[in-house]
Design a protein around this ligand. Structure first.
Ligand SMILES: NC(=O)c1ccc[n+]([C@@H]2O[C@H](COP(=O)([O-])OP(=O)(O)OC[C@H]3O[C@@H](n4cnc5c(N)ncnc54)[C@H](OP(=O)(O)O)[C@@H]3O)[C@@H](O)[C@H]2O)c1
Length: 432
């Protein structure tokens, strides 16, 4: 049988046909994406639909007239678009819409960390089954191309550790406590007034936003089969000005750190406030900036940093995914998923620790604490006490030599029942 080669003209037309994009969710990121798409001179991406509830109040005059504004997602599914760009956020209806898009043969680009952290592997499987693509480069660290960097740029290495600052709201609040010498409550109010934090800021300050991002990072970089609930997660509510004063004495500052590390078939994963050396890349990150540091077996440490949020930086990551798709959308052979490594998940990191006490002063307190630590075979490294505090609520710090978190927690559970506390002890790892 003689088959005639495809006409060259048809191939050229095929390759230059614009990639048709339906933008679902015309909010902060959606508007910025529309701005970028409509201001590009290149014809490779064409915005065809904008979907939003009560869409009439969203209309803007700078979007080309031939773009269809609709509140019906079915209009998108029934059209000949190539890509659904999901920017509504949350799980419902985002998950349903993404599933329907993939099932009907449309690729999906999303910035939705909750969706990908919770359903990413299942949705990727669905994409593969339907010969389409699911890209989510903007779901972690906004405009920093960290997922692509880890997956492609560092694909030749074996990464064993990632750590980072993945939530700009926490970083802003901690920076304000440190630099403006205000309380956690005041810093939170400021963040809310400036639009850096939601009215209900729990997602950020209790660590759930960062743990969703860490889940996605660990799957990408460490090939880990991780669910968000398996990440040991603590918020930043307990951090006070006095903790920064003591952290500075130790040459450190305090940041909300997300970290995951593979050691001997165990994946340690956690999000929590931690002391980091002032000279480290993690300490230098301010405001809504994000940073991710990866450690590879061959290439050593690599630092990714930049704008972790905001409409425009996030939109850049989204448009970059769209451009990748416009080049690769006809390649129906999607990469097979690597089967996840067989790892036990744990939050029981080994590190040095900072423990801050606030006590009604009386003789024998240090002896009582030393007694409990020694019974739990925990070595005290140093005791720090700054002058000038009231004896009725005296803060001091004990640093602990490297030990497992669980061991320290057991000792602290016992210590909490002692009668001299004015506030419960606050413990944080000291990361070197
Ligand atoms: N903003 C950032 O800095 C940032 C950074 C990284 C990733 N992301 C992710 O990007 C996504 C979008 O975030 P965003 O900040 O742009 O959110 P946003 O400003 O709240 O925008 C969401 C848009 O979707 C619309 N929408 C919500 N539910 C809908 C529904 N059921 N039906 C139709 N339309 C609906 C909203 O309409 P209404 O106006 O009626 O509410 C709004 O226009 C989220 O997944 C977020 O996590 C955001």
């Amino acid at each position: 049988v003689v088959t005639s080669p495809k006409p060259i003209k048809e191939e050229v037309e095929f390759a230059t046909e614009p990639c048709k994009v339906a933008l679902v969710g015309f909010g902060t990121v959606g508007r910025s994406v529309a701005r970028i798409l409509t201001s590009r001179s290149s014809q490779d991406l064409r915005l065809t639909h904008v979907v939003n509830r009560n869409v009439d109040r969203k209309r803007v005059d700078w979007v080309p007239r031939d773009v269809a504004w609709t509140q019906s997602f079915d209009d998108v599914l029934n059209s000949d678009i190539d890509v659904v760009l999901e920017l509504v956020g949350g799980l419902d209806p985002a998950e349903h819409w993404v599933r329907r898009s993939l099932e009907s043969g449309k690729s999906v680009v999303t910035a939705n960390k909750q969706l990908i952290a919770r359903h990413g592997p299942a949705l990727q499987k669905l994409a593969r089954e339907n010969g389409v693509h699911l890209l989510f480069g903007a779901s972690v660290a906004g405009g920093i191309p960290v997922l692509l960097g880890l997956q492609e740029g560092l694909g030749g290495d074996r990464i064993h550790r990632i750590s980072g600052i993945l939530n700009g709201t926490c970083n802003y609040i901690l920076s304000q406590i440190e630099n403006a010498h205000i309380s956690f409550g005041e810093a939170l109010e400021q963040a809310q007034a400036k639009g850096f934090a939601e009215a209900n800021a729990s997602e950020d300050i209790d660590g759930y936003d960062a743990r969703a991002k860490l889940t996605i990072l660990a799957r990408t970089a460490l090939n880990a089969d991780l669910e968000p609930e398996q990440v040991a997660t603590r918020g930043i509510r307990e951090v006070e000005q006095i903790d920064f004063a003591y952290a500075h004495d130790l040459g450190c500052t305090i940041r909300q750190i997300s970290r995951a590390e593979v050691k001997d078939k165990t994946l340690f994963a956690g999000v929590q406030p931690a002391l980091v050396p002032q000279s480290s890349a993690l300490a230098r990150v301010t405001g809504s900036q994000n940073v991710v540091v990866s450690a590879g077996e061959f290439g050593g440490e690599t630092v990714f940093s930049g704008h972790g949020a905001g409409g425009d930086p996030t939109a850049v990551a989204v448009v970059s995914d769209l451009l990748w798709l416009s080049r690769n959308r006809h390649n129906r052979v999607t990469a097979e998923s690597k089967s996840a490594a067989d790892l036990t998940i744990s939050g029981d990191f080994k590190s040095a620790h900072y423990v801050r006490f606030k006590v009604a002063d009386k003789p024998g307190i240090l002896a009582a604490l030393a007694n409990v630590f020694s019974r739990h075979e925990i070595n005290v490294d140093a005791v720090l006490q700054q002058a000038g505090h009231s004896k009725s609520a005296l803060p001091f710090v004990i640093t602990i030599e490297p030990c497992r978190v669980e061991k320290l927690r057991k000792a602290l559970a016992e210590i909490r029942s002692l009668d001299f506390h004015v506030a419960p002890p606050v413990d944080m790892p000291i990361l070197t």
